[in-house]
Ligand binder design. Structure first.
Ligand code: GUN
Length: 299
C-alpha cells in the first residue's frame, strides 16, 4: 500500500516539541521566544499565511508580533523596521513575508536581517553555512527543512545510494533542498525549466521533490516505481464541481495517478504546507535558545 505522508501529524509533533522547548526556556528564567512577522500590502494569500504563522507562534507560547505596512510603504521604511527589530532585545526571529509589492527590492531587506534572527534561513550567511555542510550553527530555510523531515520519515537520515531529483532551483526552496539531500548523502540532481528531459530525469529518482508552481505537472509515467514523492507545490485551480467561482488547492504532482506508482507521497494540502509553519516555530525556538546562551534543541 502506498504511504500517504501525513504532514499535519508530523508537523503537530514538531509543534509539540517546540512548545515543550519554549516552556522549559521560560522556566529556566529566560524570556519567551519572540517572533516578528512583517507583511507589506494586502495580498490576501500572504495575509492568510501570515495570520497562520502568528497564531501558531502564540500557540507555541511565543511573544508573537505582526507588523503590517501599507502597500505603498517605501524601501527605507521597510529597512528601518527591520533595523529596529534587529536591535529589539525581545525579538529572536524576524520574517518578512514574500513576495513583496513590485516596487520593493526584497534582497537588501533579507540581507539586512541579522543572520541569527533570520528564521527564514535566507540570509547568505545561513545559505552559505548550509552549502558548506554546517547544519548546526545556522538557520535552515523552513520549507526545505520541513520537506526533509518528511523524507526522513520514509528513509531515515542516511540517503546513501539513493538518487534524488529536486525540480525547481529557487533560493527559497530548490537550492537549500538540494543541499540538505546532499548532506544526507543522496546523489542529487536539480531539474528546472531549462532541463532537457525532466520526465527522464524523474524516472531515475528514488526521491522526487517537486517545487515548480505548475498544477499537477508530474505524471505517473515520470515516476520510478516505488519512488518517494514530496510535493511542494500549492496551486489554486478552479473547482466548478464545488460551486461557481470556487477553487481548490492542488500540488505540482498529479496525486491520484502518482499514488498508485509511488511507495510514499505527500498530499496537497496536508503534506509539506503544515511543515513550513512548524519549522518556522522550530527555527524561532532554536534562535531564542542560542541568544539565551542555552543549548538549542534540534528537529
Ligand atoms: N512566501 C511563501 N513562502 C515563504 C516563506 O517560506 N518565507 C517567506 N518569508 N515568505 C514566503
Amino acid at each position: 500500500m502506498t504511504i500517504v505522508i501525513d504532514g499535519k501529524a508530523i508537523a503537530a509533533s514538531v509543534i509539540e516539541a517546540v512548545t515543550v522547548a519554549a516552556t522549559s526556556l521560560e522556566s529556566a528564567g529566560h524570556r519567551k521566544p519572540g517572533l516578528a512577522v512583517v507583511i507589506v500590502g494586502d495580498d490576501p494569500a500572504s495575509h492568510t499565511y501570515v495570520g497562520a504563522k502568528s497564531r501558531m507562534a502564540k500557540q507555541c507560547g511565543f511573544n508573537s508580533i505582526q507588523h503590517t505596512l501599507s502597500a505603498g510603504a517605501s524601501q527605507d521604511e521597510l529597512m528601518a523596521l527591520v533595523a529596529s527589530l534587529n536591535i529589539d532585545p525581545d525579538i529572536d526571529g524576524i520574517l518578512v513575508q514574500l513576495p513583496l509589492p513590485k516596487h520593493l527590492d526584497s534582497e537588501p531587506v533579507i540581507q539586512s536581517i541579522l543572520p541569527e534572527k533570520d528564521v527564514d534561513g535566507l540570509h547568505i550567511v545561513n545559505a552559505g553555512k548550509l552549502a558548506t555542510g554546517d547544519l548546526k550553527t545556522g538557520l535552515i530555510s523552513c520549507t526545505p527543512a520541513g520537506a526533509m523531515i518528511l523524507v526522513r520519515e520514509i528513509y531515515g537520515s542516511d540517503l546513501s545510494g539513493l538518487n534524488a531529483l529536486v525540480i525547481g532551483r529557487s533560493n527559497l526552496f530548490g537550492k537549500p533542498m538540494a543541499q540538505l539531500l546532499l548532506n544526507a548523502n543522496a546523489t542529487v540532481t536539480i531539474g528546472h525549466s531549462r532541463s532537457r528531459d525532466l520526465p527522464a530525469l524523474a524516472r531515475q529518482a528514488d526521491i522526487l521533490v517537486a517545487a515548480v508552481g505548475r498544477p499537477q505537472m508530474v505524471k505517473s509515467d515520470w515516476l520510478k516505481p516505488g519512488a518517494t514523492v514530496i510535493d511542494v507545490g500549492i496551486n489554486r485551480v478552479d473547482a466548478p464541481e464545488k460551486g461557481e467561482g470556487k477553487f481548490k488547492l492542488v500540488g505540482d504532482v498529479s496525486f491520484d495517478e502518482c499514488a498508485s506508482v509511488a511507495k510514499a507521497i505527500s498530499p496537497v494540502p496536508g503534506g509539506v504546507g503544515p511543515m513550513t509553519i512548524a519549522m518556522l516555530m522550530a527555527n524561532t525556538v532554536i534562535a531564542a535558545h542560542r541568544r539565551a546562551g542555552v543549548a538549542a534543541p534540534s528537529f
